[in-house]
Design a protein around this ligand. Structure first.
Ligand code: ADP
Ligand code: MG
Ligand code: MG
Ligand code: MG
Ligand code: MG
Ligand code: MG
Length: 751
């Protein structure tokens, strides 16, 4: 979640008229910032992860596992303890406690905690080696501040959230809260800080109804068909919204959920990278965009919702639906009211279509790299036209203006009365209000005012894993992949509509085993291919992972748009020419009521496939590459092929990462640790180890209490969570799920 401003949040009727004010000043704030930091360069590749936990309380008598709502108390002692650790804790000599001990943060769910390292890591292999230990230390600190009957667990979705046949929280509350008006979730599961209940209430009010999330149920041997959920209180009459389920919001054969907490109560694993410059950040953003659905599928860990096994393995669409504040007109469920159009560029809630929730996948690529062909940006892109024009008239390039004016089609949901008027030169609060409530697969983060932190990109699609071994493995994999992308100048571009198609596929049950995903076939820029694949030992671009210079010759060989250019050449270098002369992105656009829809299918008029675009750069894309029609650049591959490679042609993401590692001088021990991580990624991809989602599904289906009716009883849930905790601590083996060395390695570390 974004910053926790203190103050009095406005109810929706008061907040709504201030939306344009917040947007306008938000952009003013961005422009002030932009003029200060657009040429900032030379920052190091630093990065850090965020891990979210659920606090569970176990009752061995009842055989129940419930969500413990003690977030506030726990965070209070956790923040006090940072200093205490230095004196009393057995871990006090742990290097990660010195200087900057790990930090813990609140999250939406009152049963959730988030932790991050105290300061970001570097990208050298030696730094990567300490990630798992840091994660483990954080888990240990969290655990040591819980009660004996509580445990922190990194489960993406809690299988019995919102099941009211027995208490699922400790303490128990009835679902009759004003903020959510949910039939399943009490408001007491929401972080009590005023921001969070207001967020839930204002999303509901803007939308004009409760959110409606429908996840297909997993039809097991004895699941009724059609499935009409007996656990929905169809006839409740407490709030006006209670009729919605019956009136069509709840779909048959689906698990219906009606509150923000079902989505924002899920846990995830996020990784944030600092880039050396805005250009490099834009490259990283773009190249990781097609990787996001792949990593979502590979980390799938959430096959159960509101007491049932679902037919999906991932949380993504649940959260997307849980914060979907679009009006029926915006969602396309009611005809537009064109009379409501405000020509000033203000946005009326009934006068335009908005294809996606504010929690959804990325809609446009961001880089000025000529490899970012116009044809790839083939999603409809509604923008706030007035903001887009203003940004461009102030010198922001079209591509970035598109991105920002797309984020700024949204209303601010929570406005604090004390924060309405700000000093736009020093504050970014209005900007962050909109920016941080656009929850997309990637987030492009400008440097905060004041200096120390540079341009960053956040990778947001991954589900959190049960063990820190896995969390470290996936985080380290993404860091190394990012290094490979920058060092080798890799190109993963494909049409963004295909990335969206992959997002859908990624969430399906066992997509790792059963799906194919679109992916780019040729990921090398022509002249780099041989160089990278031949594993030339003298090839050492990127060896200086912290961002120091390699030789100019290497840079030239890698191509001027690899992101390295930016790091190695002075700001005024002529080699930046291709970026400035970037000629594409003249979207054919149709104006609709002050909201312009850019791009979209059929909007490809200015460049016919096959005709090289005119640009006068010194050449990273050969004419041949430009001539390949977009449709021939990608194909469908299995997860195994995308990760582990396909024949001689496609090295696989893991092949690229291994190649990058080979180009570094690293000691045997570090290499061995990295090898364990990469092997986990490869084994999950080829099916020799199962995903967390598959493990959970199999566990439920083989439990003696399970009736093959998709129902996850309190007892099954209790046994499963106990078992997962034992697995995490290395006290039970998990064959087919974790590598066989995990348990012993984990126990050794505890000694
Ligand atoms: P949010 O919740 O807004 O995504 P958090 O503060 O929870 O942000 O997490 C930010 C992550 O970025 C943490 O892992 C932190 O270690 C990391 N981080 C902090 N500073 C930098 C930096 N300069 N470069 C890269 N990552 C950073
Ligand atoms: Mg978080
Ligand atoms: Mg945060
Ligand atoms: Mg955030
Ligand atoms: Mg965070
Ligand atoms: Mg985050």
């Amino acid at each position: 979640m974004g910053l926790l401003s203190l103050g009095t949040p406005l109810d929706w009727p008061q907040a709504r008229p201030l939306a344009s004010h917040v947007r306008e000043h938000g952009i003013t704030q961005f422009l002030h910032l932009w003029n200060k930091i657009k040429d900032r360069r030379g920052d190091k590749l630093l990065w850090g992860d965020e891990i979210e936990y659920m606090v569970i309380t176990l009752d061995d008598q009842q055989r129940s596992a419930k969500l413990s709502l003690r977030q506030e108390e726990i965070l209070k002692v956790l923040s006090q303890s940072s200093s205490e650790h230095a004196d009393h804790d057995p871990d006090r000599h742990h290097p990660d406690l010195a200087g900057h001990p790990p930090t813990f943060h609140p999250e939406f769910g009152r049963f959730m905690l988030e932790s991050t390292p105290g300061s970001p890591y570097g990208a050298s292999p030696n730094e990567l080696k300490r990630v798992e230990g840091n994660m483990r230390l954080r888990r240990k600190i969290a655990r040591s501040h819980l009660r004996p009957d509580e445990l922190p667990i990194t489960l993406t979705s809690f299988p019995r959230l919102g099941v009211n046949d027995a208490p699922f929280t400790e303490p128990h509350f009835e679902p009759r809260g004003e903020a959510s008006r949910s039939m399943f979730l009490p408001d007491q599961i929401i972080n009590p800080h005023a921001r969070f209940p207001t967020l839930a209430a204002n999303i509901r009010k803007r939308r004009g109804s409760k959110v409606a999330i429908n996840v297909p149920i997993f039809k097991d041997e004895r699941t009724p068909s059609p499935f009409i959920d007996p656990s929905v209180p169809w006839d409740r009459d407490l709030f006006p919204e209670d009729g919605e389920a019956k009136a069509g919001a709840a779909l048959q054969d689906h698990i219906y959920m009606d509150a923000m907490g079902f989505g924002m109560g899920c846990c995830c694993l996020q990784v944030t990278f600092q880039a050396c410059s805005v250009q490099e950040a834009r490259t990283v953003y773009d190249q990781l965009t097609p990787v996001a659905p792949i990593m979502l599928a590979l980390t799938a860990a959430s096959p159960a919702y509101r007491g049932y096994l679902s037919d999906v393995d991932c949380r993504w669409n649940v959260i997307s639906g849980a914060v979907d504040d679009r009006t029926p007109e915006e969602r396309g469920e009611k005809p537009l009211d064109l009379a409501g159009h405000t020509p000033s560029g203000g946005l009326d809630h009934a006068s335009r279509r908005v294809p996606k929730s504010r929690y959804d996948s990325v809609d446009s690529y961001l880089s000025l790299d000529p490899a970012n062909r116009k044809e790839y940006n083939d999603n409809p892109l509604p923008v706030n036209e007035a903001i887009r024009e203003r940004l461009m008239s102030e010198g922001v390039d079209k591509v970035l203006a598109d991105h920002l004016s797309h984020l700024f089609i949204r209303d601010p949901i929570v406005i604090f009365s004390e924060m309405i008027d700000q000093d736009d030169e020093s504050s970014t609060d209005h900007f962050e209000n909109i920016q941080s409530t656009n929850w997309q697969t990637m987030r492009f983060k400008p440097p905060p005012p004041g200096g120390a932190i540079g341009w960053r990109v956040e990778f947001r699609s991954m589900e959190v894993q049960i063990t820190d071994f896995e969390n470290a493995a996936f985080s380290v994999f993404i860091v190394l992949l990012t290094r490979a992308i920058l060092s080798f100048g890799l190109n993963f571009y494909m049409p963004i509509s295909k990335v969206d198609e992959n997002m859908k596929r990624a969430q399906e049950r066992d997509s790792v085993g059963r799906q194919k995903f679109h992916f780019r076939k040729e990921v090398f820029r022509k002249r780099n291919r041989h160089r990278v694949l031949s594993r030339n030992p003298s090839f050492d671009a990127g060896r200086n992972g912290g961002g120091e210079a390699g030789s100019g010759a290497e840079v030239a060989a890698l191509g001027s748009d690899s992101g390295l250019l930016d790091r190695h050449s002075p700001p005024s270098s002529g080699r930046a020419t291709p970026i400035r002369n970037h000629l594409h992105h003249h979207p054919s656009s149709s104006s609709l009521n002050g909201t312009k829809i850019l791009n979209g299918k059929g909007g490809r008029s200015s460049s016919t496939p096959g005709s090289p675009r005119a640009w006068n750069g010194s050449g990273t894309l050969s004419p041949h590459q430009l001539q390949v029609p977009v449709e021939e650049e990608y194909e469908e591959m299995s997860m195994d092929e995308i990760i582990n490679g396909k024949g001689d042609e496609f090295p696989g993401l893991l092949g690229l990462v291994r190649n990058y590692l080979d180009s570094l001088n690293i000691d045997v021990e570090t290499r061995c640790t990295m090898g364990l991580y990469l092997d986990l990624v490869g084994s999950r991809a080829n099916g020799s180890l199962m995903t967390t989602a598959t493990w959970i599904r199999n566990y439920v289906r083989s439990h003696p209490e399970y009736n093959f009716d998709s129902v996850i009883s309190q007892g099954i849930n209790y046994d499963m969570i106990k078992k997962l905790d034992l697995i995490e601590r290395g006290l039970e083996e998990a064959p087919g799920f974790l590598p066989s060395i995990y348990a012993k390695r984990r126990r050794d570390e505890d000694r």
